[in-house]
Design a binder for this molecule. Structure first.
Ligand SMILES: [Zn+2]
Length: 194
């Protein structure tokens, strides 16, 4: 799926989880902002195995790097699109956040980590709706998709994604935010400390 669809799915997934687990303990505003950024990065992170991914497109020699990393990761929709890849990223991101903690003392890194992981998992879920499917259980080399019959799934970048999937995600996100507005306001209102 396209990066924009993944961004939307990541923030929708995060909003749902926040509402389900609320009330959250007091959070710093810095935590909320960094968590939102991490969530969006998590939403597109699995596509670093693609030379044309947004990560790489924005770097000067990103295309070359992207091809190299893509090969190392086994090509598109391979390692980064599996539970093994999710577990690896979970460790990597946790380590990175721990390293960065001293320069962002107000950020509660556990929440940032969760936001990233929710974004990453939403990516795999969304890609499962596409024709290519997702190799969830690598090293078992089977790509899973939903619905199981391939021809009923979505083709990436085609009309259905732009004209149905994206609008549905936008409407869903707005509906959730409207219905659970009080939960989200509380998150930003009373609960920010320091
Ligand atoms: Zn992907």
């Amino acid at each position: 799926m396209k990066a924009r669809t993944h961004d939307l799915a990541a923030i929708t997934g995060l909003t749902i989880v926040v509402i389900v687990v609320s009330p959250l303990p007091p959070l710093h505003l810095a935590t909320i902002l960094v968590a939102l950024l991490a969530n969006q990065l998590g939403g597109i992170a699995p596509d670093i195995d693609q030379p044309t991914a947004p990560f790489w497109r924005n770097l000067p020699i990103g295309g070359v790097f992207g091809r190299f990393i893509g090969k190392m990761l086994g090509g598109h929709r391979f390692l980064t699109h599996s539970l093994v890849g999710v577990a690896f990223m979970a460790f990597l991101v946790h380590w990175l956040l721990a390293v960065l903690q001293p320069i962002m003392p107000h950020v509660q890194i556990d929440y940032v980590w969760w936001a990233f992981m929710i974004g990453m998992l939403s990516h795999l879920v969304m890609d499962s709706f596409t024709k290519e499917g997702v190799p969830w259980l690598l090293p078992i080399p089977i790509k899973f998709g939903f619905p199981p019959i391939r021809k009923f799934r979505i083709t990436t970048g085609k009309g259905i994604e732009s004209f149905i999937v994206e609008p549905v995600l936008i409407v869903l996100l707005i509906a959730i935010c409207t219905v659970y507005y009080h939960v989200l306001v509380e998150l930003f209102h009373n609960r920010i400390v320091g």
